[in-house]
Design a binder for this molecule. Sequence first.
Ligand SMILES: O=C(O)[C@H]1O[C@H](OP(=O)(O)OP(=O)(O)OC[C@H]2O[C@@H](n3ccc(=O)[nH]c3=O)[C@H](O)[C@@H]2O)[C@H](O)[C@@H](O)[C@@H]1O
Length: 419
Amino acid sequence: MNQVTIKFKYIIVACTFLLVLFIILLKNLTADEQNDNETTKTTEKWKFPEDLDHANYLLNEAYRKIEVLEEKIISLEGRVPKTYPDVNFLNYLNRKRILITGGAGFVGSHLVDSLMLEGHEVIVVDNFFTGRKRNVEHWLGHENFELIHHDIVNPLFIEVDEIYHLASPASPPHYMHNPVKTIKTNTLGTINILGLARRLNAKILIASTSEVYGDPDIHPQPETYWGHVNPIGPRACYDEGKRVSETLTYAYAKQESMQVRVARIFNTYGPRMHLNDGRVVSNFILQALQNDVITVYGSGDQTRSFQYVSDLVEGMVALMNSNYSLPVNLGNPVEHTITEFASIIKNLVGGHSKVVHVSEVEDDPQRRRPDIGRAKQYLNWEPKVDLNTGLHKTVEYFRQELKRFKYSHRNKFKIKKPS
Ligand SMILES: O=C(O)[C@H]1O[C@H](OP(=O)(O)OP(=O)(O)OC[C@H]2O[C@@H](n3ccc(=O)[nH]c3=O)[C@H](O)[C@@H]2O)[C@H](O)[C@@H](O)[C@@H]1O
């Protein structure tokens, strides 16, 4: 090929390259022009509000919506644990496998936290009737933790060293909702769990209740008091259920030489109570937070003594680890009338709720206050958290719960009085 032909070829290639470049530039220019036109169109569609007040309103609305979204993101992020809480290391001699029935419930989940942090292996069994996965979700996947969906009315076969038996609805509207199921849980359920403890030779703690004293005619209530219970009233499913549960426990202990513990739990409150719990603490706080009327059932002269959940958990663990096998009251002896309690909540939360008296509930115990002499003597235990401190934490918890409820239901939370 001669020099001229080569030069000619180069020129042709260069010309083609320039032509392609020109076409691309032309296309981009047209596209830019189109974009400009579209932007102008959009600007034409959105008119800046002429009225300054309206513009400010729109801006504030936008800020408010952004704030709500930010809070939602924070609360969602808070639910995804990045790491597990730091658990203590226990060697195989000290580490126990512990079963907690009802471990996804309000009290159960706090007990789970305490035993997990101590370094034990914890197995939770729950039928999620009143328990929630959310209460223990921060342990899901941890090597020391296991969650089993099971109803203890049916037998259970697992291997453990110790059992805390908490499974049962505890709030009056919940246990009255299905009384037969409540009795089954506290009789058949307790037989199954006691049977398991017997087979495994495991130590077992039964969660009993101040309700075994019924509407007491001795005040305050010592463990030696046999109680005053209506066996056919609306609360009987729970009161008598728990009394049978205690009877079964001591029958097994005597007949099968088992190691048993019985905690008689008095009114307890704290974070992780359900919005629908229906007990006085959650009801009053929710009503005050929403500026609704605070509903006192009956005269309001009936009394209760409230303990914070962390005190209860410490008491239960101390009882399990003690050598004491008779029933022990776990409660805070500071007593208030329900009317007093309504004003305590109202003052703490603020707002403009009115306190109103509505019809009383049947068989409502009139006075309740634990005698905690036994717990002091045999467990060296007494409650540490005063009402004000505990209620502050609980109010904060319910404030967050109401926000969550509003996000998901786009509505106000309403409390139903049990019929
Ligand atoms: O919290 C507890 O540990 C105990 O709570 C309940 O027993 P109760 O004392 O009747 O519980 P609440 O429903 O909280 O009632 C306390 C008092 O407040 C009153 N109350 C309740 C709710 C309400 O909205 N307004 C109101 O005046 C009730 O009539 C009752 O006199 C359960 O039955 C027990 O098993 C449990 O141990």
